[in-house]
Design a protein around this ligand. Structure first.
Ligand SMILES: *Cc1c(COP(=O)(O)O)cnc(C)c1O
Length: 380
């Protein structure tokens, strides 16, 4: 079986232009003798005589290494960006920084457990919430919600919602629309271009890509939102470490290359997994008969690198993951190494044999051979 959507196998030119520009973003500011790679500035204080505006003064307010990374992320999002020490810190900044007592918010029910943050923390400050499945996110409308928060594709089930249609409906109802774009990165999907007010992501995943840093960012084209988020960071002290920012900078330099490889690998592997007798069901937006496929073709630049599938039992899922020579048994995704996780381990509402495969950057045919061998080993 082949994928029907060759158009999604080659991202549009603006993504390529963005990637090319990223590699030379800091060229303009260089003086003779400057290091071309980004210097790491570890500093809590800066030389600050006279008036205290227009330069770095204190490490909780700003840092040149953060600024460089935010410039890169801003280039990719085509919007000002604010960096945070983790994806959850970025999510917290949006939820706690923009919502107040008496507001009501709506979340996807099948995404990352942001609902825990809302139910256990935000709710104690008088903010109530509802949840809704991503696949039917438009149903019921958005009246009465100050903020609507979606993750698409929602991980690990990989249902998607129509970002442009939701943005339009949320705006008619007077709310803000936030998209968690972690699973796709700015090279795979562009929620702000589709009308979302805010995009956020865990750069812990593909943007850093080497599984050694946690980081998050919030981006918006609304200056008031950006100011509120910057102010939240400064006053709460939810700041990233300059060293982590420096590592993320290094990761971002190869994001486009890695993302393309991971998406290519996923497109190679998904149809073969689907055809394998050990696989009971599979979700990947790139498969022509996947419920997410038609909408994915419209709003996503690639189909991503996450594949979910179901084996016969919890034991088979565990045996497959542990038995595959090119899969790490680990949570998280977006790193160079292929990882997989049996998601009942994390309490997801999925069948016992449900596996989330986070395809990495290994050569595709070799990766498939290792996956096929581990599936064959499971027996009948
Ligand atoms: C990992 C992840 C987060 C949280 O990121 P951390 O860096 O672990 O805090 C948020 N949303 C999604 C979709 C994620 O996958």
């Amino acid at each position: 079986m082949s994928l029907s959507s060759k158009d999604r196998s080659s991202p549009n030119r603006s993504s390529k232009a963005r990637a090319a520009g990223l590699a030379h973003l800091h060229d303009k500011g260089l003086k003779r003798g400057d290091a071309i790679p980004l210097p790491l500035t570890m500093a809590s204080i800066f030389h600050s005589p006279g008036d205290s505006t227009g330069f770095h003064q204190y490490g909780r307010f700003s840092n040149p290494t953060w600024t460089a990374v935010e410039d890169m992320l801003g280039h990719l999002e085509d919007a000002p960006c604010v960096g945070f020490p983790s994806g959850m810190a970025a999510i917290s900044a949006v939820l706690f920084g923009l919502v107040k007592a008496g507001d009501r918010i709506l979340l996807s029910s099948d995404g990352y457990p942001t609902t825990r943050l809302v139910a256990e923390r935000l709710r104690t400050f008088g903010v109530d919430f509802d949840v809704r499945p991503t696949a039917s996110f438009l149903d019921g409308g958005f009246d009465g919600y100050r903020l609507v928060y979606a993750e698409t594709p929602a991980n690990p089930g990989l249902d998607i919602c129509d970002i442009a249609a939701v943005a339009k409906a949320v705006h008619v109802a007077g709310g803000l629309f936030v998209v968690d774009n972690t699973t796709m990165t700015p090279f795979g999907q562009r929620p702000l271009d589709l009308g979302a007010d805010i995009v956020l992501a865990a750069d812990t995943k593909a943007p850093n890509g080497h599984s050694d840093v946690l980081f998050g960012h919030v981006a918006s084209r609304d200056p008031e939102i950006v100011t509120a988020i910057q102010d939240w960071r400064k006053t709460t002290g939810s700041i990233p470490s300059p060293f982590d920012a420096w590592l993320l900078h290094r990761g971002l330099e190869t994001l486009e290359l890695r993302f393309e490889r991971m998406c290519d690998n996923a497109e190679l592997i998904a149809p073969r997994l689907k055809a394998h007798p050990a696989v009971r069901s599979i979700r990947f937006p790139g498969l022509p008969d996947d419920p997410s496929h038609n909408l994915a073709r419209v709003q996503m630049e690639r189909f991503g690198f996450l594949i979910s599938f179901v084996l016969d039992s919890e034991e088979k899922a565990e045996d497959f993951i542990q038995g595959c020579a090119l899969i790490h048994s680990a949570t998280s995704f977006g790193g160079v190494h292929t990882c997989a996780e049996r998601r009942t381990k994390r309490g997801d509402a999925v069948p016992p044999g449900f596996v989330r495969l986070a395809v990495g950057c290994e050569p595709g045919e070799e990766l498939w051979q290792a996956i096929e061998a581990a599936l064959d080993d499971l027996g009948g």
